[in-house]
Design a protein around this ligand. Structure first.
Ligand SMILES: [Zn+2]
Ligand SMILES: [Zn+2]
Length: 164
């Protein structure tokens, strides 16, 4: 069942009108990408993605769960997973079915991202994140840094979430 793609834009606008009524303190602002800004209470949305409603519900999930910037890579994975869970609940409330396969693809992409960051560049064992952006390898004692990342940039097919 894919009603979203055929009427995506119309439904998105209708949903935003409804959300603005339900969440009067939140600003919904059109942008080039989806993002929840916890400081300014803005949900940025884009009309130019494949599944804007699911993405909007996902950002709304971050908002409902009061997510702010994450501290560690593992906590980002937890937050993203929780936001998708919330998106499904919100979807029920607003009459949209968030496709489970899509959600699993997104969560897989976060896992893959985490895997890439946590793999030791020297011996390929999985390292431990000792503090935000810094990993150590128990096996060979290497340590490495990863670029800071921010919440909510990891969507399917995006190879480098740090750009989003
Ligand atoms: Zn190693
Ligand atoms: Zn997110």
């Amino acid at each position: 069942m894919d009603v979203m793609s055929s009427h995506g834009k119309t439904n998105l606008r209708q949903l935003i009108v409804r959300l603005q009524t339900d969440f009067p303190k939140i600003i919904f602002e059109e942008s080039t990408h989806f993002k929840w800004n916890a400081d300014k209470k803005i949900i940025f949305y884009s009309l130019n993605v494949d599944h804007p409603i699911w993405s909007l519900l996902h950002e709304l999930g971050h908002m409902k769960l009061a997510h702010t910037e994450y501290l560690t890579d593992v906590s980002l994975l937890h937050m993203e997973t929780a936001a998708w869970q919330k998106a499904k609940e919100l979807g029920c409330h607003y009459g949209f079915v968030v496709d489970e396969e899509y959600v699993q693809d997104c969560i897989d992409s976060y896992r893959e991202w985490l895997h890439q960051r946590s793999t030791c560049p020297t011996c390929s064992q999985t390292g431990l994140e000792d503090k935000a952006g810094s990993y150590i390898c128990i096996n060979c004692k290497s340590s490495w840094h990863v670029t800071p990342n921010r919440l909510g940039r990891v969507y399917r097919k995006i190879k480098d979430p740090s750009l989003h």
